[in-house]
Design a protein around this ligand. Structure first.
Ligand code: NDP
Length: 280
């Protein structure tokens, strides 16, 4: 028996799974579409019902794959997409319509500004609020925003309605623990942790491999358990392989001792001073 997927509560009070599904690189190649759709469906079956996509991924191809994976089961899914900064401000309204069409749905649960870009924040917030009022999105958020950006966001009208910040966070990228993570935790704004296994690069680390063996787990599972251990953090690993989706899902069952967390802290030290936010 698997433990249920834990949940994270959004500022609106809605609970979402603390472990979601990434989709970057999906929709690039028709030969792999079937595996991509099967992987997402496996994730949904296993309770990883938060799916993250973006208009940028495969120029909309990833959203099309997601649309196929959620066909007939839209209500099970917490659907997240992102707008290109160049399509932000009032352009976000048309960009959202295009995303909805590719996703074959009438609403997004969360719409993120992919990175900051050049438009004034108040214009994009206004467009997001318009989309909310029109029922096209339930909530909006940001991505790749550091503390200084979040502070500025909160200073614009309705900026305090931000529902999440999606940033690079994993064992080898712990900079946000110094300031951004506590900043968001204090305000109840979830962090969606992207590239939670550093796109696979983390998995060869000898200390991670050694600790994983102790728990009869895989390095990917321990890397995800590290993020799941933190309040308000939602890792969104991507895999186009249903078996790996199952493996990632089972990270919620691993209970690592304080002693072994200390070993991982020594191997992947937390930050001792401010670092600017890493991006991929
Ligand atoms: P991840 O850290 O999720 O790693 C994905 C890679 O790891 C893929 O190559 C996948 O291969 C492989 N993989 C997945 N699970 C396992 C496993 N258990 N064992 C071994 N290998 C595994 O990187 P991503 O960059 O994809 O990040 C996750 C998601 O975050 C993205 O897909 C996207 O939705 C989002 N993102 C957002 C960004 C932003 O700017 N907001 C930037 C980057 C990502 P395979 O598919 O073959 O299994």
């Amino acid at each position: 028996m698997r433990d249920p997927v834990p949940t994270v509560t959004l500022p609106s009070g809605i609970m979402v799974p603390a472990l979601g599904l990434g989709t970057w690189n999906m929709g690039e190649n028709s030969a792999t579409a079937r595996d991509e759709i099967a992987s997402l469906k496996t994730g949904l079956d296993l309770g990883m019902t938060l799916i993250d996509t973006a208009e940028m991924y495969a120029d909309g191809g990833s959203e099309e794959i997601v649309g196929k994976a959620i066909e007939g089961r839209r209500d099970e899914v917490f659907l997240v997409s992102k707008v290109y900064p160049a399509n932000a401000s009032q352009g976000a309204v048309a960009a959202c319509e295009r995303s909805l069409k590719r996703l074959q749905t009438d609403r997004l649960d969360l719409y993120l500004l992919h990175w900051r870009g050049n438009y004034p924040l108040e214009e994009t917030v206004e467009a997001f609020e318009d989309l909310k009022a029109a029922g096209k999105i339930e909530a909006w958020g940001v991505s790749n925003f550091d503390v200084v950006d979040m502070d500025e966001l909160l200073s614009v009208p309705n900026g305090g309605n931000v529902a999440a910040n999606q940033v690079l966070y994993n064992l080898s990228r712990r900079g946000i623990e110094y300031d951004l993570l506590p900043w968001c935790q204090e305000r109840g704004i979830p962090i969606m942790a992207y590239s939670p296994i550093e796109q696979g690069r983390l998995l060869h680390h000898p200390e991670l491999i050694r600790i994983a063996k102790i728990y009869q787990a895989t390095p990917a599972q321990v890397a995800l358990a590290f993020l799941l251990e933190r309040d308000g953090v939602i890792p969104i690993p991507k895999s186009s392989n249903p078996q790996r989706i199952e493996e990632n899902r089972d990270s919620v069952d691993i209970d690592i001792t304080d002693e072994d967390w200390a070993v991982l802290d020594a191997a992947f030290p937390p930050p001792s001073r401010k670092k600017s936010l890493d991006m991929l």
